[in-house]
Design a protein around this ligand. Structure first.
Ligand code: SER
Length: 585
């Protein structure tokens, strides 16, 4: 069965079970700088999981374009992907465990024809926050899974939350037995020997985890499920990797034909990163040196590096993208329309990269020669930093080149230097990273800081539910979307304006620290979701007033902002309000 057939079967099945098919949200969350990419089908649905009414009702289904970047460096093995498609169905306070499990079982065994013997499931074992999920287990038994293939695990395996704070709950995961022999007597779905492959996750979102770490009951009990399409396609086709399915095979074969080096990992990296880049560009992403743009830049540059390793002429890129569009257009017809832009963006970025490489490589060779002379086998952080700062050489490329020559690199020293560098440049009056890292100007930076003040002020006036769901900044105004069920009153708007202007008058200092997402949440920083690019996040603190996870940049003092005025408050979508505001001299 082809991927598109699985997708269509899924959507039809849930449609026939009373679900409305909703379109995939964009890979780049609409006007939301707090999340880099959509990482799960539930992400665009959070307001509705919290109780807002969805215009399409309480039963929804979709395919969602997702991108997860935490495993970007693992791509090349036989399973990791950055871009993938998640099929999902949701109950927003409608059905719960029994119906969800019965439908999943029916879909897998009847629609996809998977033999029951191939399926094992896991349920939550229980702890101080929530009891053992015997209900889910009973539902599985009733559906037809024998007791010996129902496993119980703790929070690490059978609890789902996006990030540290938000809707969460126990989950029950469905595993496919590949038929490989068990690796030991203890082998089970939690084992990563490869015998069991997770195919579907049914999450029962009934709690809310606060930033203090306590759990409260949500207004409604929801179901959120996610099924990875590429993986399911691979299993149903009896293939060993997603790269062997029709989603990648034509490009993989062409790469093999063109390559002068037989490097399977490089072929996978090229095919995967090309597809992911195409999907990001399709949804409006463009390469840059910050946040989303940096992820795209990294994907394209790694792809170009590996084409080099395969000794494939880079002039083949246009043909390879064309082939990829033809391969994927049945799934994403919109690719055809956008393909010239996609080619242009990728090829331009590749050209920039080639220039960077040419400049940096000479310096790199010098440093390698020097290290050899000194009998060292490690490239120190200073050198990596110099290559980065002066030649725009990304550290991962230095690592790659160094490794080819049998050298290790000291990334931790580089990271320290990088942090110092960021702090210094932030303190500089220009507010730009050296080397033109950030494509921002004074006005947009000011609006960015004003957005943080507005976000916090809204929470003070309306309550904690008034969370950001989107933001868009131009040199002329800020636009901010946030969850709130009703029109704001004149008094509330005035209060918000006054609070923001008060913070501007106090001329608060804006500071930035880097920390892990967990530390950020512990420090009480506002922000959404995990899967930021890289492990570390930046937290911007504005005096004693606001603390928020954000990519920056920001002004150094709020006094620089001018006078804040709200020009409009209107509805954005169901349960989401929109404010447009300006900063006046
Ligand atoms: N949110 C869950 C996941 O991403 C189920 O969709 O696995």
């Amino acid at each position: 069965m082809k991927a598109i057939e699985i997708r269509n079967k899924y959507l039809n099945f849930f449609k026939n079970h009373g679900h409305k098919v909703i379109p995939s949200s964009r890979l780049i969350p609409e006007n939301d700088p707090s999340v880099l990419f959509t990482t799960a089908g539930m992400q665009p649905l959070v307001p509705y999981l919290l109780g807002e009414k969805h215009p399409e009702g309480k039963r929804l289904t979709d395919y969602q374009k997702c991108l997860r970047t935490n495993d970007i460096d693992e791509v090349g093995d036989n399973r990791h992907l950055t871009y993938f498609e998640m099929l999902g169905n949701w109950s927003l306070g409608d059905y719960f465990k029994e119906e969800s499990i019965a439908m999943s079982f029916e879909f897998l065994t009847k629609e996809l024809g998977i033999p029951v013997e191939k399926l094992s499931v896991t349920c939550f074992a229980g702890d101080e926050d929530a009891p053992k999920d015997t209900t889910a287990a009973e539902c599985w038994k009733k559906a037809g899974i024998p007791e010996e293939r129902i496993y119980f695990y703790g929070k690490d395996d059978n609890w789902w939350i996006a990030g540290e704070e938000g809707p969460c709950g126990t989950d029950t995961e469905i595993f496919y037995d590949t038929g490989k022999p068990a690796c030991s007597d203890n082998c089970g779905p939690a084992c990563d020997c490869g015998k069991y492959v997770e195919i579907w996750n049914n999450v029962f979102l009934e709690y809310y985890k606060t930033k203090e770490g306590t759990y409260t009951q949500l207004k409604q009990r929801n179901v959120d499920t996610g099924l990875g399409l590429e993986r399911m396609t691979m299993l149903l086709q009896g293939k060993q990797t997603p790269f062997d399915t029709e989603l990648f095979a034509p490009v993989m074969e062409q790469l093999k034909k063109l390559a002068k080096e037989d490097r399977i990992e490089s072929r996978r990296i090229v095919a995967e990163h090309m597809r992911a880049s195409m999907m990001i560009i399709l949804d409006g992403g463009r390469p840059s040196n910050i946040d989303r743009g940096y992820v795209l830049r990294k994907l394209i540059r790694r792809m170009a590096r590996h084409l080099n390793k395969l000794q494939i002429d880079l002039s083949e890129l246009s043909n390879l993208i064309e082939l990829n569009v033809q391969t994927l257009k049945e799934m994403y017809p919109e690719l055809e329309e956008c393909k010239e832009t996609i080619k242009q963006v990728i090829i331009e970025e590749k050209d920039k990269f080639m220039k960077t490489l040419a400049h940096g490589e000479k310096e790199f060779e010098k440093q390698i020669a020097k290290a050899k002379q000194e009998n060292k086998n490690v490239i120190d952080g200073q050198t990596i930093f110099k290559l980065y700062e002066t030649y725009g050489f990304p550290p991962e490329i230095t690592a790659d080149l160094a490794e080819e020559q049998g050298f290790k690199i000291d990334l931790s020293e580089f990271e320290n230097l990088f942090k110092e560098h960021q702090q210094k440049s932030r303190m500089g009056s220009e507010q730009k990273f050296k080397g033109g890292l950030a494509e921002q100007n004074e006005k947009t930076i000011a609006y960015h800081t004003a957005t943080h003040l507005l976000h916090k002020a809204l929470q003070i006036v309306l309550g904690e539910h008034a969370k950001q769901s989107g933001s868009n900044i131009t040199v002329e105004r800020l636009r901010f979307d946030f969850s709130h069920p009703e029109k704001m009153t004149k008094e509330q708007l005035k209060q918000v304006e006054d609070i923001v202007n008060e913070q501007i008058a106090r001329d608060l200092t804006v500071t930035c620290e880097e920390m892990t997402l967990e530390e950020a949440k512990d420090s009480g920083a506002m922000g959404l979701f995990e899967n930021k690019y890289g492990e570390k996040v930046k937290v911007y603190t504005i005096g004693d007033f606001s603390k928020e996870i954000c990519g920056g940049p920001h002004v150094t003092h709020t006094g620089e902002l001018g006078h804040f005025r709200i020009k409009k408050e209107e509805s954005s979508s169901a349960g989401v309000r929109r404010i447009k505001a300006v900063l006046e001299e």
